[in-house]
Design a protein around this ligand. Structure first.
Ligand code: THU
Length: 138
């Protein structure tokens, strides 16, 4: 999709970032995505005294996606506290992949990329479905 308003997405990510709860890392993150029905969902990181329990901004975004009607993610951006583009961590690429539209685009440090480029040969729902179909009579 060539008509994506990346500036609008970035400003939604910037706004989300202002809600970040980051007393430990002091590294606020905001993420925003365009959904296939035109709405924008966003999220911020929420840390925890038990550091490993921290929720990345993308976790909030995916929760918001489900809570506001579901759908498929078409375009995504993520920013740090300076408003600079941030790559989603590996776990978050997997989170995004699950809800991605075919050819989902991400604004990355090396330009616009597809979800398949940032998570090649991904594991996803198709693998589970294929296995279940093969073993339905077991
Ligand atoms: N973080 C995110 O929110 N998303 C990412 O994709 C990368 C990392 C957060 C987690 C933690 O609160 C802070 O950035 C430093 O790792």
């Amino acid at each position: 999709m060539s008509t994506i308003d990346w500036e609008a997405l970035r400003s939604a990510a910037d706004e989300a970032r202002t809600h970040a709860y980051v007393p430990y890392s002091k590294f606020p993150v905001g993420a925003a995505a365009l959904v296939d029905d035109g709405r924008i969902v966003s999220g911020c990181n929420v840390e925890n005294a038990s550091y490993g329990v921290t929720l990345c901004a993308e976790c909030g975004l995916v929760s918001s996606l489900a809570m506001t009607g579901g759908g498929r993610l078409v375009a995504f951006t993520c920013v740090n506290g300076d408003g600079d583009i941030l790559m989603p961590c590996g776990r978050c690429r997997q989170l995004l992949y699950e809800h991605s539209a075919e050819g989902m685009l991400l604004e990355t440090v090396s330009g616009i990329r597809t979800i398949d480029e940032v998570l090649p040969d991904a594991f996803g729902p198709r693998q589970l479905a294929a296995y279940a179909a093969e073993h339905e009579n077991d």
